[in-house]
Design a protein around this ligand. Structure first.
Ligand SMILES: Cc1cc2nc3c(=O)[nH]c(=O)nc-3n(C[C@H](O)[C@H](O)[C@H](O)COP(=O)(O)OP(=O)(O)OC[C@H]3O[C@@H](n4cnc5c(N)ncnc54)[C@H](O)[C@@H]3O)c2cc1C
Length: 446
């Protein structure tokens, strides 16, 4: 590659987590920043303060924190996130409030050199702080562009088409367009000799409810259990399911309830624009249904209303303090090397593997993907071919590095998810025994 030429264009589809981190990593590196011009295309409108707040929160472990800190985001991330000081595990029975404390993990994922445990941040805040820095460095984000076709051009390069008819050309297309990736579907055309369904993730026979609650003004009095502290995370094992709360800055709590579920919602309504699909108010919160039925969702919320929570007393108290409640089906799959990359096209983040949230690694792995793809672009410059550019070397190196790790974590999160859900007697007994008696590690902080 001749470096004096105009930078090659990378069209990044999706402004979630993986896309912005890749774009920022490219612009922050003096060599990559000279070689490439990353442009992000996102189907949703430019977020305002309200729509930005419309996601769930994510836990960032060291694999996510190292790259983010090296992108110069340490201080801003510290103010936007909360350090988890310990994870306390509880067992709660039925809706009577009966419960038992099991054990705790202190200083989860403590990193001496970073001087932090794992940190929890609202996904929208993470997205915003990465995008702000990318824009500060002169990056470009084009909102409200939903990709509807991606094709290789005969004269080399790629053509990206959007709903509404607009088209742009790019030397490389990177799909960072989430678990139901359109770009992955395009890569897999011709690879699937079956029903054409291989591009889809599998339903985990589970779904989840999520929200971010305002601070609890009058924390429940503690009866002989040790004192509650800021930064406490609680996992509450239910008869069929698991609930958790994660501390966010300012005393807010990110709460989740995951439970077994027989049928996925219809795809047509499940994956599209959940941020915009607020249908009703319940407990004072806007409900986002993820393709599920409103009445059924109300019943599920009611079912877990009285599930024990060590600080709020019950989950109903958390519902009441939430601006929004999101219901989302849980999907998973890790795709093979050929299914996620070609010559001028590749996918990263959830588009390359979709894991159950039990791993706490979806965002972390997306950040790893972005970092590794940028690294491979640095190590393997494209070769010129018939007037276009061939990125096969970099893409092969990226997929080879990522696929085994993705498969292993996807499978691990699937089985820990099954264990956590305790869907039948066997899993429940095993889960209750392990979470009470197995040593959890942690506490390495000196
Ligand atoms: C409730 C919940 C809790 C979670 N907890 C954790 C956790 O604790 N730790 C963790 O690491 N991860 C967690 N995750 C996972 C994490 O949020 C995802 O793994 C991460 O957001 C993936 O980032 P991404 O950029 O690959 O995809 P996304 O964040 O899904 O972003 C994809 C983007 O692409 C856009 N897009 C889609 N299609 C198109 C198109 N055709 N054209 C243009 N744009 C398009 C979308 O609008 C979206 O903005 C959690 C997820 C959920 C739902």
């Amino acid at each position: 590659m001749t470096y004096a030429q105009a930078p090659l264009t990378i069209a990044i589809i999706g402004a979630g987590v993986a896309g912005p981190v890749l774009a920022l990593t490219i612009l922050s590196n003096p060599i990559l920043g000279r070689r490439y011009k990353p442009v992000i295309y996102e189907r949703l409108p430019c977020p305002s303060s309200t729509t930005y707040a419309a996601g769930a929160a994510v836990a960032l472990t060291s694999n996510a924190l190292y790259p983010l800190y090296s992108l110069g985001l340490c201080d801003i991330l510290h103010s936007a996130s909360c350090e988890t000081t310990r994870i306390k595990i509880w067992r709660s029975w039925g809706d009577s409030g009966k419960h038992r404390y099991c054990q705790q993990l202190r200083n989860p994922n403590w990193q001496e050199d970073l001087q932090t445990n794992l940190r929890v941040v609202e996904r929208a805040d993470l997205q915003r702080l990465v995008l702000d820095k990318f824009l500060e460095l002169g990056g470009e984000v084009v909102w409200e562009r939903k990709v509807s076709d991606v094709k290789a051009m005969e004269q080399g390069g790629m053509r990206v088409c959007f709903e509404g008819g607009e088209e742009v050309s790019a030397d490389l297309v990177v799909g960072a367009d989430g678990g139901w990736s359109f770009v992955r579907r395009e890569i897999m055309k011709g690879l699937d000799e079956g029903k054409g369904e291989k591009w889809k993730p599998s339903f985990a026979y589970a779904d989840g409810l999520y929200g971010v609650s305002k601070p609890i003004e009058n924390p429940r009095a503690v009866d002989g259990e040790d004192e509650m502290k800021d930064g406490d995370t609680h996992w509450v094992l239910l008869d069929r399911g698991t609930a958790s709360t994660w501390a966010l800055p300012g005393g807010r709590q990110f709460w989740t309830i995951s439970f077994p579920s027989d049928t996925p919602p219809t795809r047509a309504s499940a994956g599209d624009g959940t941020q915009q699909r607020r249908v009703d108010k319940l407990y004072g919160a806007a409900l986002t249904l993820g393709g599920y039925d409103l009445e059924e969702t109300k019943q599920i919320l009611k079912k877990y209303e009285n599930a024990f929570h060590p600080v709020a007393g019950s989950f109903k108290e958390l519902y009441k303090r939430s601006e929004r409640i999101i219901r989302a089906p849980l999907w998973y799959h890790a795709w093979d090397e050929k299914e996620i990359g070609g010559k001028n096209i590749v996918v990263i983040g959830d588009a390359s593997r979709l894991m159950l949230p039990t791993s706490g690694q979806g965002a972390g792995f997306s950040i790893e993907d972005a970092t590794i793809l940028a690294n491979e672009l640095l190590n393997n410059p494209p070769s010129e071919e018939n007037g276009g550019w061939d990125f096969s070397e970099a893409i092969k190196a990226y997929t080879k590095a990522r696929v085994p790790r993705s498969k292993s974590m996807t499978s691990q999160s699937y089985w820990t998810g099954q264990l956590g859900l305790g869907a039948n007697f066997f899993w429940r007994q095993l889960r209750d025994f392990m979470t009470t008696y197995m040593p959890l590690g942690g506490d390495p902080k000196t």
